[in-house]
Design a protein around this ligand. Structure first.
Ligand SMILES: [Mg+2]
Length: 405
């Protein structure tokens, strides 16, 4: 029997803003646009929802519903992407089997890791919730069950800051009283059709089936029946692990200073490699990217002698690529680095001894930084970035991190 968590960050965009600006807590808050602007609400916080504001409602309507002290903000996908990344990275401390389904949602198969937590999923989930709150200032809701759909439904019944555990074998009982629209995929189109058949709760699905009355046929009927009886055929999609990992950043102001470009690229390489090591992966191909002030973008890639997750090794490739890409004096607005052709760590035959040493060192450094903050161990090359960027325990706060390349 599997134990699956579905983790969902509560009111994600609004919560990030409240974490960054604690003075917003307690006030109705809408992310999506400034007051008086056109467009729709991307994310209201719970205080705004209490006034009837919903996601995708026109901002103008939200303004009419909310009191004058309500706050409207356009929001920043850059910052949300960064927070999402931080939370998702934290999940890997609990299990390697993660399927991220959206910016603020992930399934975790914790079956093989529960023994670290005395076989108690509740202790594990509480520790995880606590860590995310402490490190990111975000509350999350967690549903725990023996399958994905049931975990997802469980996460939805108690929000915010929820924790709902469906005991193994208790799936049917848990689901029975819930309205059919609690089932993922049953939306405003399907719900009235089911109501017309007299199906209002999950229990009705099984009841009608056992009475030989029509449930919708085909795929929908099979799906509803499987969900209602606590069987769910959705398997975890670990395969979605990236084929590459990249980090780039647009500068606050353009720069032609080669040593600044190198420092920034070193920092970005460190970030890529940390993620690689966290996932127990190595990369065979390294790419560097440069966007000049006139928006011309160039990139070049190189194959490593042996797969690696060592930033010094990977950066030496990045530096060589940068020399080829960047004519001295030309101003640059963005640099990026990417590692690809990923494979599980430790499979490489070449230079096993040297590789192992570097690997141990890096893992020890990662652990130190995790405990005492990024700056507890820092190489000279990234030190200069302190003049350009502010930092926190996780590292520098780049002007603009972007995660694709
Ligand atoms: Mg959410």
């Amino acid at each position: 029997m599997q134990t699956i968590f579905l983790l969902d960050i509560d009111c994600f965009f609004a919560s990030v803003e409240m974490a960054l600006h604690p003075e917003l807590r307690g006030k109705p808050l809408c992310i999506g646009g400034k007051r008086g602007s056109r467009g729709i609400v991307a994310c209201p916080n719970y205080e705004a929802r209490a006034y009837g504001v919903k996601t995708a409602m026109p901002l103008r309507t939200a303004e009419r519903l909310l009191p004058p002290d309500a706050v409207f903000m356009p929001g920043s996908h850059r910052v949300y992407g960064e927070y999402s990344e931080r939370v998702m990275e934290m999940l890997y401390d609990f299990t390697p089997d993660i399927e991220q389904v959206s910016i603020d949602e992930a399934y975790m198969d914790v079956t093989g890791c529960l023994h670290f937590w005395n076989h108690d999923p509740e202790t594990m989930a509480m520790a995880m919730k606590e860590r995310i709150w402490k490190k990111c200032g975000l509350r999350v809701s967690v549903g725990i069950a023996s399958n994905k759909v049931c975990a997802k439904i469980a996460a939805g019944v108690q929000k915010p800051d929820g924790l709902v555990i469906v005991p193994h074998g208790g799936e049917q009982e848990f689901l029975a009283p819930l309205p059919v629209e609690a089932i993922p995929g049953i939306g405003i189109k399907t719900t009235p059709k089911l109501h017309a058949l007299g199906i209002r709760t999950v229990a009705d699905i099984l009841m009608r089936a056992s009475d030989g009355l029509p449930v919708p046929g085909g795929w929908l009927g099979r799906y509803l029946h499987a969900v209602a009886s606590g069987r769910d055929t959705h398997v975890m999609q670990y395969g979605r692990v990236e084929k590459s990992i990249s980090r780039d950043t647009t500068f606050g102001r353009d720069s032609s200073d080669r040593s600044f470009l190198e420092s920034t690229l070193y920092y970005l390489t460190e970030r890529c490699c940390k993620t690689l090591r966290r996932r127990n992966m190595e990369a065979s191909t390294v790419t560097a990217k440069v966007r000049f002030s006139d928006f011309t973008t160039v990139q070049k890639q190189m194959t490593l002698v042996a797969p690696s997750s060592d930033e010094r090794e990977i950066f030496s490739a990045v530096r060589r690529l940068l020399t080829m890409l960047h004519p001295p004096g030309r101003t640059v607005r963005l640099v990026g680095t990417k590692v690809s052709r990923l494979s599980p760590a430790g499979n490489s035959q070449i230079d096993m001894l040297k590789g192992e040493k570097a690997d141990q060192l890096n893992k020890r450094l990662d652990a130190l930084r995790e405990k005492f903050g990024y700056k507890s161990v820092q190489w000279g090359i990234t030190h200069a970035l302190g003049k350009e960027y502010q930092s926190d325990t996780d590292g520098y706060r780049l002007h603009s991190p972007v995660y694709e390349m």
